[in-house]
Design a protein around this ligand. Structure first.
Ligand code: IZC
Ligand code: ZN
Length: 413
């Protein structure tokens, strides 16, 4: 059987397979693709038997091949931006204080409500292009800047349409529990009832989201409220995520374990017991070191402790207009390295296979092994260390999505 496409002479191939140490590096090898799937990957050169007349050959001499990057935590669809909050941030006004004053998330809610679906799509499409050029082939996208029925649905529909209109795969999350909207100020219970009665059943019925996420944080949703929201989501058939222990320790990691969430995200203030509970329950930790940097927290999630405890650790951007406005996972690699002291191989695996686990796509994407989707990135870098070390620039040369070249010589095609 002839391959459709073969990447040859790759200096390094990070297979990111579960049964391999580190990132499962193959030196000087090739990757063959057939019908949009990985056919084989090995050291050396492909056998003549799989090279036909129409087999496309890409020479990756001096380059590194990885699975397509998976960004497992973003707030992709939103209106406006928040650069006007920079002076306040520099004066030291805390994030939760800005939110309390009606800024932060609530300012983005006003901009998102005012935008049309087409405007939101146009903005998100720009971000998706940026992501793809930087090597991201699958992205998780949360709603949560509408909060009212029409705007939440508008944002989820925008994500669903974008999934079909451009190459990056989108996995949707309903995050009505991102903040209590101004019209329900002081009436969190009323807002929860509204989500339970009006929004969540609709989102479930029309399959507008696969996950439900909750911002469990002081002054936002308490652990008790978060538990109720997550239980309700579970009853409706959603899989669960939680913004847990980001700023104030509230035993969010323990809650994720108790309710068997797919992932718990942030976790800067997670307790040792919470980490142990996550390991026992098999919850993927999504760490967001770009957010630690951008909020100037001087503190990162204890990724090493989590790994040692047996927790699967993913790394994502948290792309959003407030706490990490970047689509670029490569920049986050360097923060992960210096902030969380992970090795480049651990970081690549955390942004591919482990990130796939965080969105329940581990059987389809995240590693270079026979049968998986042929989502691949060729970095113009001789090894994973180099990508992380030479930071702030884009090393991506070629991106292959479902076996087709979608970025070539750093350009979208
Ligand atoms: O817009 O501030 N943490 N949600 C929870 C965010 C950050 C996004 C935002
Ligand atoms: Zn988030």
């Amino acid at each position: 059987m002839f391959a459709d496409l073969i990447i040859i002479n790759a200096s390094n191939i990070a297979t990111c397979r579960d049964d391999q140490q580190g990132a499962g590096i193959i030196e000087n090898g090739y990757v063959a693709v057939k019908d949009g799937r990985i056919m084989e990957a090995a050291a050396g050169s492909p056998s003549k038997e799989i090279i036909g007349q129409s087999t496309q050959i890409i020479d990756a001499s001096g380059k590194t091949v990885t699975p397509g990057l998976v960004d497992a935590h973003t707030h992709l669809v939103h209106g406006g931006s928040r650069e006007k909050e920079l002076p306040m941030k520099l004066k030291g006004v805390p994030y939760l204080e800005i939110l309390k004053m009606g800024g932060g998330i609530l300012s983005t809610v006003r901009n998102t409500r005012a935008a049309s679906k087409e405007q939101l799509k146009e903005k998100a499409k720009k971000s998706l292009r940026e992501m793809l050029l930087n090597g991201t082939t699958t992205v998780e996208a949360k709603s949560g800047y509408g909060l009212d029925f029409d705007t939440e649905i508008k944002c989820l529909e925008a994500a669903m349409e974008l999934d079909k209109e451009q190459p990056v795969d989108i996995v949707s999350t309903y995050m009505g529990a991102h903040a209590v909207p101004e019209e329900y100020k002081g009436n969190t219970q009323g807002y929860m009832d509204f989500m339970f009665e009006k929004v969540m059943p609709y989102v479930a019925q029309y399959k507008l989201a696969e996950f439900v996420d909750v911002f469990c944080e002081e002054g936002v949703f308490s652990p008790e409220e978060s538990r109720i929201i997550m239980q309700k989501a579970k009853e409706l058939g959603f899989k669960l995520k939680i913004h847990a222990d980001e700023i104030v320790p509230l035993q969010g990691a323990e809650l994720a374990a108790e309710l068997h969430a797919t992932s718990a995200d942030h976790l800067l203030a997670a307790s040792d017991e919470g980490i142990e509970a996550m390991a026992r329950a098999g919850i993927t930790a999504v760490t967001l070191p770009g957010t630690s940097f951008y909020l100037m927290l001087g503190k990162y999630a204890q990724a090493r402790k989590m790994i040692d405890a047996g927790v699967r650790v993913a790394i994502a951007t948290d792309y959003n207009p407030g706490t990490n406005p970047t689509e670029n996972l490569q920049a986050i690699m360097t923060f992960a390295c210096f902030g969380m002291k992970l090795t480049p191989e651990e970081i690549i695996k955390a942004m591919t296979l482990n990130a796939a686990y965080a969105i329940d796509r581990q059987h389809e994407i995240g590693s270079i092994e026979k049968g998986k989707k042929a989502d691949l990135v060729i970095f113009d870098a001789p090894n994973a260390d180099y990508i992380v070390y030479h930071y702030g620039i884009n090393h991506v040369d070629t991106v292959i999505k479902n076996g087709k070249i979608v970025v070539k010589n750093r350009q979208l095609i």
